[in-house]
Design a protein around this ligand. Structure first.
Ligand SMILES: C[S@@+](CC[C@H](N)C(=O)[O-])C[C@H]1O[C@@H](n2cnc3c(N)ncnc32)[C@H](O)[C@@H]1O
Length: 240
């Protein structure tokens, strides 16, 4: 019998295969921007990589995060993604880090790795592509070592541009589930401890002229009770 959830995974695969190599068109202002740096710093600060750590990223895409993780730490990076073409782009980007990374085409809901294998596991903007987000989190937790750290960085559905993506793009539809309380609930249900879910970033990565003011804007928005919930991203972290 046909499994509708497999069809949805196939749909994601087709969408990201088609986008592969064209991320500069799809990402506002390209990826080398202030927001990207802030997101990466948050991952580094939370996961506290040590040399030789085995780190898994779910939804590697074109290797944006992988590149900076390998450049600025001594980890062994493993990345999985459903899109073969995105992984091919990632492989070209990472080839300078020979023997320090492994890329595999896998469905995040059914990982091939052993239990308790990785020192840390993270994802960026991937959970909201899952038909069943909790099953991806439980897989992330399964392959994480006891006391290992997990980080999830997802678009907050309520940010105006994110609402637009969620309404108009079928692949982004589950962005509506990306709420602080859901992230917290899933991390808790997965049996994790030291759970934190925060709002991250209020400003878009463009226009360039306004960027010098964005640190102040982000700081102020993060302190205003009525505005605080409307961040661009949500950032969840926990320990196994
Ligand atoms: C928005 S992109 C984010 C890529 C990367 N993390 C980044 O921030 O540049 C989402 C990624 O999730 C991948 N993806 C979607 N569904 C997946 C699944 N079921 N298993 C593994 N990867 C999946 C897509 O192929 C895509 O590369």
């Amino acid at each position: 019998m046909k499994n509708p959830s497999n069809d949805k995974v196939k749909y994601q695969e087709a969408v990201f295969d088609k986008k592969a190599g064209k991320r500069k068109i799809y990402a506002i202002g390209g990826r080398k921007n202030r927001n990207h740096a802030i997101k990466l710093n948050k991952i580094f600060e939370t996961l506290q990589f040590h040399d030789g750590d085995k780190v898994l990223e779910i939804g590697t895409g074109e290797g944006e995060h992988a590149y900076w993780c390998l450049k600025y730490s001594g980890i062994f990076y493993t990345g999985v993604d459903i899109s073969r073409r995105s992984l091919d782009v990632a492989d070209k980007r990472l080839c300078g880090f020979k023997n320090r990374y492994l890329l595999k085409k896998e469905n995040a809901n059914r990982l091939s790795f052993d239990n308790d294998h990785f020192d840390s596991v993270f994802c960026a903007a991937t959970l909201h592509h899952m038909e069943e987000p909790f099953s991806m989190i439980s897989e992330m937790v399964r392959v994480l070592k006891p006391n290992g750290k997990i980080a999830l960085m997802e678009p907050n559905w309520i940010y105006p541009s994110n609402v637009g993506f969620a309404i108009f793009l079928r692949e982004d539809r589950n962005m509506f589930l990306m709420k602080k309380r859901n992230l917290y609930r899933w991390l808790k249900k997965a049996g994790l401890k030291d759970i934190k879910v925060e709002n991250l970033l209020y400003t878009p990565p463009a226009p360039k002229k306004l960027i010098p003011f964005y640190d102040h804007v982000d700081e102020i928005c993060g302190k205003l009770p009525m505005i605080r919930a409307f961040s661009l991203m949500l950032f969840g972290s926990a320990v196994k």
